[in-house]
Design a protein around this ligand. Sequence first.
Ligand code: CAA
Length: 257
Amino acid sequence: MERQEVSLKKEDGVALLRIERPKRLNALSRDIVKQIGELLEEIEVDEETRVLLIHSEKHFAAGADIQDMAECNEQEAAEFVFSPVFDRIEALPIPTVAAIEGYALGGGLELALACDIRFAAETAKMGFPEINLGIMPGAGGTVRAPKLIGASAAMELIFSGGTISAQRAWELGLVNRLEPEASLFEAAWEFAARLSKKAPLALRMAKKTIQEGLAMDSEIAAVHNESKNWASLFRTEDQKEGMRAFLEKRSPVYQGK
Ligand code: CAA
């Protein structure tokens, strides 16, 4: 493997993952995605990490590395796909936040879509340019974008291969929050740090319950599942602490137990 082009720093319960390949606008090479996968192994077992924040300087990621893919045959393309790693990001039990500045294109946008929440700089640009290369999104874009913004809006983006402004992405619901470019990282970090202070077991249960509910065909079954998961939180010390703290008019201190 080449030199490390992905960094991971942990502070105050937030793990900050960054792609560091500025000369290629943080385009995602095979090695970079492999490195992300290796760092995920660490995050997956780290009880102290309460939130994952993904942010890269200047550009989130200008897509999969076209040089890496250009000569792939079908078998090699099947091995190139990023979905196994992106699916693990989606499956993390903790909240995940993407902070997008500059370009988030193709596989870069798909990386952001694998996160739970997206912040974007007002100057960010997003899109699925794959069609312009004779392919289509292949790392979750055709699945996650329609779920988020509806099939027709996703088809418009994917069929046209055009790039949209952050404002348009916000109007479509592709991103949750728009921030001035200068304060994007600070705002996303502050949000992630705030989540890291919330009751960790309740956060994990909320994420799990939302994901389970989305995967269920029956709304009744999903609501029943929610009731069961909700009640299970009453086994935790955090529930006692949260409610006692309210009644005692003080801030709760959660142990994740
Ligand atoms: N792969 C490889 N290299 C890339 C890249 C990519 N996705 N995106 C940018 N680069 C490289 C450029 O080739 C250039 O390298 P050199 O300096 O060696 O020439 C360098 O990064 C800077 O880029 P530009 O000079 O092109 O910068 P720009 O500001 O003029 O344009 C851009 C920026 C519009 C993002 C343009 O770089 C671009 O169109 N990039 C390709 C975007 C793209 O098509 N992404 C989708 C890839 S396919 C995919 O992601 C498949 C999937 O589903 C997983």
